[in-house]
Design a protein around this ligand. Structure first.
Ligand SMILES: [Fe+2]
Length: 453
């Protein structure tokens, strides 16, 4: 089998070889002066040769790319592998420090952000978070200072009112009959956990949070033991499992969960969710008709997702669905101060089978859809919204994302005025090397995670 047989190893999916540090990056346009901090993004970057016959996109070693902005300048770019036992073994080094609940040799490759005053790389399925320095070197695995009982997730939700972090986790291969809800306090210590029984082992990628509920996604991607015993990515499409969402009252127990059947489908990522006055729950999400069915190497070979609004009625236990956009949508984001609250604007990437991935803004009140095309052969990743200081309008802020220029094998950090997509980027920071397609990241302001003194 040639490399071309695995779309997740060629083109801009292909890993890069070097960890690079570069200072005073060239900028086209003007970096807003209020942006002082780091844009960070995690993604898989297998170290050493990967077997194209079975390499799954989700399985590569984690690599964080970061750009530090201050005073209208792009002070540095760095990319660093996230520390793990496997990575260190391949480099002839001992394992990194820190408890390893699952015994998993891989490191976090899925998300990176700031919380409790420091920087965390995260992954689902049992890998312990890894704490990073400001300059992206791995310090150690950190199980929230000894308080995390087991698995964690790459998709925690931070409540903007309390500052607490909420998560739903599954633990491959240890937790065969339950998932777990976890609340982490602002001190970085786990405050509460709830074990949630589920029939079989599901791949639980994300969650939703509203004022009343933490939402469990029990959807039909489950463990396949034939794949597992073959040492491959062990989860596969299984529509016989059924598909349901669980509304767990935030301070309730598993017995309090209201389970509601939803369409047979899979959701990696909700955009946001909130309660309505009549008791219903609104969730906007990117919905796949199926995943890991024909394509068991990654998410894009079966179909792309569309953006839908689901309204759950806890009393009647019903779910009504409305398509917001039939076009391809992924990596949904919103203004973080409105997590779990009514909101108007969302932002997505629009993946394609080629390199042209537009950035899309949704006005969920008017239905307006605004598209920013990045040019031929160019595509944007997850669009991270950063509010302008003291802004009142919901969309008064910046969209930050990496743009991949596939024909020239290069990448840029692009900053867009979220209220003015038509203007195009206000700043393009030229990066010193290509950035492979990756998963998730965040803007981490220097106020939330200060640089070293
Ligand atoms: Fe994700």
């Amino acid at each position: 089998m040639t490399d071309t047989a695995n779309r997740y190893l060629v083109g801009n999916f292909a890993p890069i070889e070097h960890e690079v540090t570069a200072f005073d990056l060239q900028v086209i346009g003007t970096i807003p002066a209020d942006l002082e901090g780091r844009y960070l993004r995690n993604g898989p970057n297998p170290l050493g040769p990967a077997d194209p016959s079975n390499h799954h996109w989700f399985m590569g070693d984690g690599m964080v790319h970061g750009v530090r902005l201050r005073g209208g300048r792009a002070e540095w770019y760095r990319n660093r592998y996230v520390g793990s036992r496997d990575l260190n073994e391949s480099r002839g080094l001992p394992d990194i420090e820190g408890a390893n609940w699952s015994g998993n040799g891989g490191g976090p490759n899925t998300n990176v952000g700031g919380f409790a005053g420091t920087t965390w790389a995260m992954v689902e399925a049992g890998g312990t978070p890894v704490e990073l320095t400001y300059e992206l070197e791995s310090i150690a695995r950190n199980d929230f200072f000894g308080t995390l009982p087991g698995a964690f997730t790459a998709h925690p939700k931070v409540d903007p009112d309390t500052g607490e972090m909420h998560a739903m986790a599954y633990g491959w291969p240890h937790w065969t009959d339950h998932v777990q809800y976890i609340v982490v306090g602002t001190d970085g210590r786990v405050r509460r956990t709830v074990d949630i029984p589920v029939p079989g082992m599901i791949m639980l990628h994300d969650m939703s949070l509203t004022g009343r509920y933490a939402v469990v996604y029990d959807m039909p991607v489950t463990v396949d033991f034939d794949l597992a015993f073959a040492g491959r990515f062990p989860f596969r499409w299984n529509p016989d499992h059924g598909s349901r969402l669980g509304l767990l009252p935030r301070e309730g127990d598993a017995a309090d969960i209201i389970w509601i059947d939803v369409p047979i489908s899979y959701v990696f990522h909700p955009m946001n969710a909130f309660d309505q006055a009549d008791g219903s729950v609104v969730i906007d999400l990117c919905v796949y008709d199926r995943v890991f069915d024909a394509d068991i190497l990654g998410p894009f070979g079966d179909n792309f997702a569309r953006l839908e609004r689901w309204v759950l009625q806890p009393g009647a236990r019903t779910c009504s669905t409305t398509v917001i956009d039939h076009s391809s949508t992924e990596f949904p984001r919103h203004r973080g101060s409105l997590t779990a609250k009514p909101y108007r604007y969302g932002y997505c990437a629009s993946p394609t089978n080629g390199p042209d991935w537009a950035t899309v803004k949704y006005d969920l009140s008017s239905g307006e859809r605004t598209v920013l095309n990045h040019g031929p052969g160019r595509g944007g990743g997850e669009p991270v919204f950063v509010a302008r200081p003291d802004s009142s309008a919901e969309d008064d802020g910046w969209i930050i994302t990496f743009v991949h220029d596939v024909p020239s094998s290069s990448a840029e950090l692009v900053i867009i005025d979220a209220q003015d997509f038509a203007r195009g980027p206000v700043a393009r920071v030229l990066l010193p090397q290509r950035v492979p397609y990756g998963f998730h990241g965040n803007w981490v302001s220097d106020r939330s995670v200060p640089p070293p003194a």
